[in-house]
Write a protein that binds this ligand. Sequence first.
Ligand SMILES: [Zn+2]
Ligand SMILES: [Zn+2]
Length: 271
Amino acid sequence: MKLWVLGSGSAGNAVLVECGESRVLVDAGFSPRVLASRLQDIGVAPASIEACLVTHEHTDHVKGAAAGARRWGWALYASAGTVDACAELVEANCVRVGTGETVSLSRMVATTFATPHDAASPVGVRLSCTHTGATAVVCTDVGHASESVRALCTRADLLVIESNHDEGMLRAGPYPPSVQARIASRTGHLSNRACADLTRGAVHKDLAHVVLAHLSAQCNDHGVAHQTTADALRRTRYRGALSVAMQHHVVGPFLPRAGRGAPEAQYALGL
Ligand SMILES: [Zn+2]
Ligand SMILES: [Zn+2]
């Protein structure tokens, strides 16, 4: 399994997960032109992607999904609430997936988890490779670490998790009080501090890489976000890596530990 964050933040989000020949996008919140360019940067043909799972209908997650599906033949999946809230997904025959249901792809199984966010029926996504058992979790746009969010984040090899804002920078930032309240609410976005706490609880022996995502351009700082979660992880037995996703370029690939679906292990097993 390999994972790249093609870009993350309020101007667009997309995560690519690959297992063998199977490639899946979680969200496609960029125009097809930008998606094609980011994929070209990592040598991936857009038409080689099997499916796109859309977490919710906000533009920064759905923008290029329907157009990408039309142009490159992706299968589209989203919750019923998300599809019904987005005419483009309805027109593109997006498959409705019940929260907690699984979707079987050629080499991965996707499971969705309800997330607390101010959208119709938002979800986080867990993708497991059917050949190696390696698991990637994408958990962004969450107002707080609900029980369902904590369940989503357990036993991941690769964890992409929201670290949206620093609470002090949000209070001192440019947003009016109503927008600040929306971001900080239990259905808004996860602060660095809440992210650090959630990540600490997600540590287990196979967790190999944590990628902080959906950072606010106005109310966060890459160094501050990294430091907050790094400090929390230092007090655990976590020995994996910690990275920060970028809005305007790709980061990755991130791989599970050897023996947990890394390419060497797959070849050794003749898979
Ligand atoms: Zn959102
Ligand atoms: Zn978002």
